[in-house]
Write a protein that binds this ligand. Structure first.
Ligand code: C5P
Length: 246
């Protein structure tokens, strides 16, 4: 699947989401959307079916983490929903990730992309040490979890753009990196800590950027989305000037 901008549809109802998406009626190809726990728990699988019917690609961000058998069975259900990308927590172990992959794989051998969450960007190195008793530096832990995900046959990981190089070095250039923590130079940082703008994410080698509030809370969401697309998917001859980036 080629590089793309994924809009995080963090809404608390289907109506709110559909109203937002009305602004994207004319956009072709249809944007890639992320449905997270909030919207999925509020609107259920029906919203996934409806958005697929309308032609959107869907990243279902439910971050599964349970015993392997439960994850395998849950993944089989999500695979039948015909989503394009799903994820699990790498902390569930290689065995759990392999079970997820098995559950996702359809009888014809096709499967949605399966991505592992390494360490949440909200987890600090200090909390990892004091609460989880993980003493290694956070970037080493992320690269190690990424290697586990690759061994289990997954397609990539969620990480910050700043960790893309380390992940690609450990797992190879084809291993996908899906990167939230995206902000424009002039937009609010909110609760994100390690941020880059869309152009910098492209320079750092991200495969997919996940953008929520800079698009959903913008005065003109379509304009903000178009800016993400043109900055992130700019042609190779784009004139790189470090002073343009966060
Ligand atoms: O609004 P914002 O651009 O910060 O949204 C980022 C999205 O990416 C949210 O849906 C958030 O849950 C998700 N995410 C993240 N950091 C991770 C994993 C997921 O920000 N490590």
């Amino acid at each position: 699947m080629k590089k793309d901008v994924i809009i995080a549809c963090d809404f608390s109802s289907a109506e709110e989401c559909y109203k937002f998406l009305d602004k994207f009626k004319e956009v072709e190809p249809k944007p890639f959307l992320k449905i997270g726990m909030e919207l999925f728990y509020a609107a259920g699988p029906e919203i996934v079916r409806e958005l697929k019917k309308r032609g959107f690609k869907i990243f279902l961000d439910l971050k599964l983490h349970d015993i392997p058998n439960t994850v395998k069975k849950a993944m089989k259900v999500l695979s039948n929903l015909d989503v394009d990308m799903v994820n699990v927590h790498a902390a569930g172990t290689i065995e759990m990730m392999m079970a997820a992959k098995e559950g996702l794989t359809r009888p014809d051998g096709s499967a949605p992309l399966l991505i592992a969450v390494t360490q949440l960007t909200s987890t600090s190195e200090e909390a990892m040490k004091s609460q989880l008793l993980i003493d290694n530096p956070i970037d080493e832990t992320i690269a190690h979890y990424a290697t586990n995900a690759m061994k289990a046959g997954l397609d990539g990981v969620v990480c910050s753009p700043l960790e893309v190089a380390k992940v690609k070095q450990a797992c190879g250039p084809q291993f996908l990196t899906v990167t939230p923590g995206i902000r424009f130079k002039d937009s609010a940082v909110d609760d994100q800590k390690r941020i880059t703008d869309p152009a910098m994410a492209r320079v750092l080698g991200s495969d997919f950027i996940v953008v929520g509030r800079p698009i959903t809370a913008a005065s003109d969401p379509l304009e903000a989305y178009n800016k993400c697309v043109s900055d992130f998917l700019a042609p190779e001859e784009f004139n790189y000037n470090p002073s343009n980036f966060i």
